[in-house]
Design a binder for this molecule. Sequence first.
Ligand code: 0L1
Ligand code: MG
Length: 262
Amino acid sequence: MNLDRTTIALLAERLENCELEARDTTKITDDHPDMDWEDAYAVQDAIRARKLARGARIVGLKAGLTSRAKMKQMGVEDPVFGFLVDDFAVADGGDIVTSKLIHPKVEPEIAFVTKAPLKGPGCHIAAVLAATDFVVPAIEIIDSRYRDFKFDLKSVVADNCSSSRFVVGGTATPVEGLDLRTLGVVLEKNGQPVALGAGAAVLGHPAAAIAMLANMLGRRGEEIPAGTLILSGGITEAVAVAAGDSVSLRIQSLGSTSVRFV
Ligand code: 0L1
Ligand code: MG
């Protein structure tokens, strides 16, 4: 690590305050160009600790930048991982108060819920499928705290990978007999299709994103517990939204979910 504890704590405070007050900031590597991966995840961990200290509950995990479309959109090459707290959860068909966000975008995702723990190293697609209770359609609302969504990978990891809100819906569907790679995905904004894709856009198979997350956590001596909700990453580019927009996601065989920005 290159940053000391005080700097990590100050960066966590700066980024979380931006989240809570809906204002943006410059990317933190501008001030700390020597920040390494451990520092980046330490800032994310410190944000999580701040939320837990205020009574928030961890309700899931997320993989981000797992599709070529997203990597190309953001100009990066590697997936990243973050956490979800109860404050981020929105009811299916519910409203999101847009003024509480900075510059939200929506992403169509397949969410996994596990029924057995997953631990890397060596976790693979088959192990993920065996440990999956069911999958559901999910809309992730990302809201980078960085000005104009301009960042590098370490800055985005520190910012809990732009996590902001999420909604899940549809039918809780077991994966037996489903080919997640070929499930068609339609994201609509105000009744118009704005992004189309298929599960394979996420690392060739959405379960590969979950395996990658388990392997990454394994390197930190952690596992994905049974009963964890995990967003496997945007299947298409993220789509910008504004107050007044309604967004719905349909995934073949899994059903649909929707959210309104008010
Ligand atoms: O969920 C995501 O793919 C977001 C990862 C962070 C990068 C971004 O804000 O697009
Ligand atoms: Mg996402």
